[in-house]
Design a binder for this molecule. Structure first.
Ligand SMILES: Nc1ncnc2c1ncn2[C@@H]1O[C@H](COP(=O)(O)OP(=O)(O)O)[C@@H](O)[C@H]1O
Ligand SMILES: Nc1ccn([C@@H]2O[C@H](COP(=O)(O)OP(=O)(O)O)[C@@H](O)[C@H]2O)c(=O)n1
Length: 233
């Protein structure tokens, strides 16, 4: 369909539908999928597991190069390991969620993870959908398609809360989930190094009133249009 493998960047705050949309789009178009939040969660998990003070940026920076993080990019079965250990479950705990913004704000962490992300995207044979906070602005500024998803905080909290109730017994209630989500968004948007932001050339979609299927269809149309506009090989 195109001259080179298509690269799609999907950014936005928590609970806007980035992961669900990106996975489905990648699966239906036969592309790879990369969850960059999982990588920041993985390095955070390693810091916590090794007794590193996550609120001490110098301590985090000093060991940022140590863990080996490997992401599997099959959208039907994405994987994440740290030094060979499968951490797909442990990276979703409230402890990691509460610490990830502090760890991901450390420039040495971002440099390391950004390099990893660029290598994965460059090596994706059939193109890739990469989702996160700074993909369109910093990681892959030359992406073929850039999308910025948004949704009202109430909708985002309700979605996240429903998801946690389904997977984690004893999960926090809606108000607590909403508060934690708003706090994390503020930290992610306010940090100095590559904050959560919409790239100037990204297309924004408010998903508040849309079903997941509507969002997926819309993104697929945008990606297919971009593929058609590319020069013939
Ligand atoms: N448009 C939507 N309408 C309703 N629920 C949605 C929508 N998009 C995503 N969800 C649900 O919201 C939750 C969070 O979505 P997710 O894709 O993980 O968001 P993000 O990656 O942006 O944090 C999931 O349970 C997902 O099924
Ligand atoms: N490209 C990215 C992706 C995630 N992150 C960080 O990683 C955290 C977890 O990302 P995530 O995508 O798993 O978050 P959820 O919204 O899915 O809970 C974010 O809150 C950011 O602190 C980042 O800094 N840059």
């Amino acid at each position: 369909m195109s001259a080179h493998p298509v690269i799609v960047a999907i950014d936005g705050p928590s609970g806007t539908g980035k992961s669900s949309t990106s996975k489905a789009v990648a699966a239906r178009l036969g592309m790879g999928y990369l969850d960059t939040g999982a990588q920041y969660r993985a390095i955070t998990w390693w810091m916590l597991s090794n007794g590193v003070d996550v609120n001490d940026p110098a301590a985090v920076a000093a060991v940022a190069g140590k863990p080996e993080i490997i992401s599997g990019t099959d959208p039907l079965a994405p994987t994440i390991t740290v030094d060979g250990t499968d951490v797909a479950g442990p990276i979703r705990t409230a402890e990691v969620t509460g610490a990830v913004s502090a760890v991901s704000a450390v420039p040495a962490v971002r440099t390391r993870i950004t390099e990893l992300q660029r290598t994965i995207a460059a090596e994706a044979p059939a193109g890739i959908v990469v989702e996160g906070r700074d993909i369109g602005t910093t990681v892959l500024p030359g992406a073929d398609v850039k999308i910025f998803l948004t949704a009202d905080p109430e909708a985002r909290a309700a979605r996240r809360s429903g998801e946690l109730r389904g997977t984690a017994p004893g999960a926090p209630d809606l108000a607590a989930t909403r508060e934690a989500l708003i706090k994390r968004d503020a930290a992610d948007s306010g940090r100095t190094t590559s904050p959560l932001a919409k790239a100037d050339d990204a297309t924004e979609l408010d998903t508040t009133e849309l079903t997941l299927e509507q969002v997926i269809s819309w993104v697929i149309t945008v990606v297919e249009d971009a593929g058609r506009k590319q020069p013939r090989p």
